[in-house]
Design a binder for this molecule. Structure first.
Ligand SMILES: [Zn+2]
Length: 292
């Protein structure tokens, strides 16, 4: 029980870090720039330096009622929202790997599940940061795509070295066989990156970067390397569907005009999360609807 509480607290702290990096981000600096990210936190309104007890993730926000102690102006709802989501992510991924999935594939012993947990916590933390930065600034920094490429390479080394590569473990599961999910992880990832590039490359090229930018194109290739074939296809089409629904809802609500642009990165990140963990269930539901 205590493990989960600690994981949740670690997740909240990571969320707090993601908040700082995403809100302080400037395209003039690298995401990792100490110059840009360093320095004490200040109130965005009155610029008063925050004391240590005002920096405790989630707790400070709740105690202060979401307001600055000095100027009483409201603080962004992003702070608690991202912290709680990140906390839940850090509980959910280990729970999924150790509790939900492990009994079915005899994968409980050894260090493999620990490595997998660390790997995917890292991957989804980076995806979270991509979503936040793209939402705010409508761009995806190259550094974050490079981090994903590194994670993808580590993933290949890990699965190859341990000899446990299966396209059936995550994503669309056994449905990958219908799409000829290759038995070699190298071929699988190569195909996935190619299709990621083609599916996002066409709208980027045809719209001259208006519908989607070059950042989305590079992001889709990185997603291909991390999530593999055929899951990446579902991730991208899922993002189109989620993005269209959100766009239509915002248009009906009068919040967005038809031609104004929605950042695509958050939808790709959300769709990656959904299809990585529930791709198989979603496809089973879909095929269940088709069969009599
Ligand atoms: Zn203030």
């Amino acid at each position: 029980m205590w493990y989960w509480v600690i994981l949740f607290l670690v997740g909240i702290s990571i969320g707090s870090f993601l908040n700082v990096v995403s809100l302080r981000y400037s395209s003039r600096y690298s995401v990792f720039s100490l110059k840009n990210n360093g320095g004490r936190s200040r109130c965005p309104h009155c610029h008063k330096t925050l004391r240590w007890f005002e920096l405790i993730p989630l707790l400070s926000f709740l105690v202060q009622g979401g307001k600055c102690r000095n100027c009483i102006k409201s603080l962004s709802f992003q702070y608690p929202f991202v912290e709680v989501l990140s906390g839940l992510l850090f509980v959910f991924i280990p729970w999924y790997i150790f509790v939900s999935r492990a009994p079915f594939i005899g994968f409980v012993n050894g260090i493999d599940p620990y490595i997998e947990t660390g790997l995917y916590l890292f991957v989804f933390s980076v995806l979270f940061l991509v979503a936040l930065i793209d939402y705010h600034y409508h761009l995806i920094p190259n550094e974050l795509n490079i981090l994903l490429i590194c994670a993808g390479v580590l993933e290949i080394i890990f699965y190859e070295y341990r000899g446990i590569f299966q396209t059936m473990q995550y994503g669309v599961g056994p449905y990958s066989l219908i799409f000829n999910g290759q038995s070699s992880i190298y071929i699988n990832r190569l195909i996935a990156m190619m299709f990621g590039a083609i599916i996002t490359g066409i709208p980027v090229f045809l719209s001259h970067g208006r519908v989607m930018g070059l950042g989305d194109f590079k992001f889709a290739i990185a997603l291909g390397l991390v999530f593999g074939w055929p899951t990446v296809i579902f991730i991208i089409f899922g993002a189109f569907i989620i993005g269209s629904c959100v766009g239509i809802i915002l248009m009906i609500a009068g919040k967005k005009k038809f031609r104004s642009m929605l950042a695509f990165g958050p939808f790709l990140a959300l769709s990656a999360f959904i299809f990585f963990f529930w791709g198989e269930e979603l496809l089973r539901g879909y095929f269940g609807l088709l069969s009599p």
